[in-house]
Design a protein around this ligand. Structure first.
Ligand SMILES: Cc1cc2nc3c(=O)[nH]c(=O)nc-3n(C[C@H](O)[C@H](O)[C@H](O)COP(=O)(O)OP(=O)(O)OC[C@H]3O[C@@H](n4cnc5c(N)ncnc54)[C@H](O)[C@@H]3O)c2cc1C
Length: 351
């Protein structure tokens, strides 16, 4: 029998962040993950942006989560001796003059002005259809999620804390937190949308949202200095390549890229881009979204050795580090001190 403090099921963004936090607090653990189809983190462009683009208001707890996330990923870059965080401003391309006017009103009347650094006049960018102007949001950027996950996995393997297999729920004794020949103090489930197949947490209000992205090459643009946002986003990767995303679909839960999804992305791109491009690749995954758009973390109401960290939704990169740190503190000290104001929501399953 191997004995550890925590068994973590799933090494997407949630499981990875929590495992790092727990290890740094001196706990032993094992992460169990099998590269399963349609997992969200492997498809995500990893954007983080403190502004909700539809309504031009700050995203949920942005003032806490944004600085926390940037600092945490930078710490993890040092720890893992690699780089995966890019700070790049977002350029909102206004679809018409009315939207531009609404944003300027919000800028003058609310605290959103802390994130909007510039309004640009129309037709500033030769490669854009920006006849109603643009606004620049800073700080923002993206996490290279796959690089973060693979370097973390190497680290967990190097300290003998990683098992590459499908977690078999039938092998778990939920009262003692014993899984096969591993005895844990607790088991924390971080399986993304597949938590719906978890017999202990299948009651959670997860309503998955499939998303599709495409990779393109723009031969005339080596690397944009911005992430473009206009219903779709365009993320510069360098070497003339860009990720364009994303779609939102509640019907399917697979990794198949649909014709309608691709058409949506192409139409959105053609509305803003004034340059030729080629399609290189497509990809799809399923986001663990929740009906009320808030995350789910805490312990099982009846089985206190089982916990969950899920529901990161569409903004896992931004909110994940702060939530993981808070959950780690709650797990290890039984305290209920909250990093975010909306404590009720965050710890709603915490006993
Ligand atoms: C197309 C798309 C674009 C996105 N873009 C962004 C973006 O730009 N910015 C942003 O912040 N967020 C984005 N997201 C959302 C983001 O990906 C999620 O918030 C986040 O990745 C969720 O992480 P997770 O760890 O909860 O779930 P997942 O990433 O799904 O990870 C779950 C892990 O658990 C493993 N697993 C599940 N069941 C088992 C089992 N029984 N045994 C073993 N292993 C198991 C899976 O293999 C997987 O590795 C996007 C998502 C999609 C689909």
């Amino acid at each position: 029998m191997k004995s550890v403090d925590y068994i973590i099921v799933g090494q997407g963004l949630a499981g990875t962040l929590l495992a790092h936090d727990l290890i740094e607090q001196g706990h032993t653990l094992v992460v169990i993950d099998k590269d399963m189809k349609a997992s969200a983190s492997k498809v995500a462009a990893g954007l983080f942006n403190p502004v909700s683009m539809k309504r031009c208001i700050p995203t949920w707890n942005a003032s806490v989560f944004l600085p926390f996330a940037i600092e945490r990923y930078q710490q993890l870059e040092k720890k893992l001796d690699t780089s995966f965080l890019n700070l790049t401003p977002v350029l909102k391309v206004f679809s018409n003059d009315e939207v531009s006017k609404q944003w300027k009103v919000q800028y003058s009347n609310t605290d959103i002005n802390q994130y909007i650094t510039t309004f640009n006049k129309e037709e500033k960018f030769s490669y854009l259809k920006d006849s109603s102007g643009t606004a620049q949001i800073d700080p923002a950027g993206n996490l290279e999620v796959n690089k973060f996950l693979s370097s973390s996995r190497e680290y967990f393997e190097s300290i003998d804390s990683y098992i590459n297999e499908v977690f078999d729920y039938k092998e778990l004794n939920p009262e003692t937190a014993t899984y096969k020949d591993i005895v844990g103090q607790r088991v924390i489930f971080c399986e993304g949308f597949r938590v719906l197949q978890n017999p202990f947490f299948d009651f959670l209000p997860i309503r998955p949202t499939k998303g599709e992205v495409m990779k393109i090459r723009i031969p005339s643009l080596e690397k944009l200095d911005y992430i473009l946002s206009a219903g779709i986003y365009v993320l510069p990767l360098g070497s003339y390549e860009y990720i364009v995303g994303a779609t939102y679909n509640h019907k399917d839960m697979d990794d198949v890229v649909s014709e309608s999804g691709l058409s949506f992305l192409i139409e959105g791109l053609n509305k803003i881009l004034e340059a030729d491009y080629e399609l290189i690749d497509t990809n799809a995954g399923v986001r663990p979204t929740v009906k009320d758009r808030k995350p789910l973390l805490g312990l099982h109401p009846l089985l206190p050795k089982l916990g969950v960290f899920n529901g990161l939704g569409t903004r896992g990169v931004l909110i994940g580090p702060g939530l993981s740190a808070q959950f780690c503190t709650n797990l290890t000290t039984n305290a209920n001190n909250s990093l975010v104001a909306d404590n009720e929501r965050v710890s709603r399953f915490f006993c």
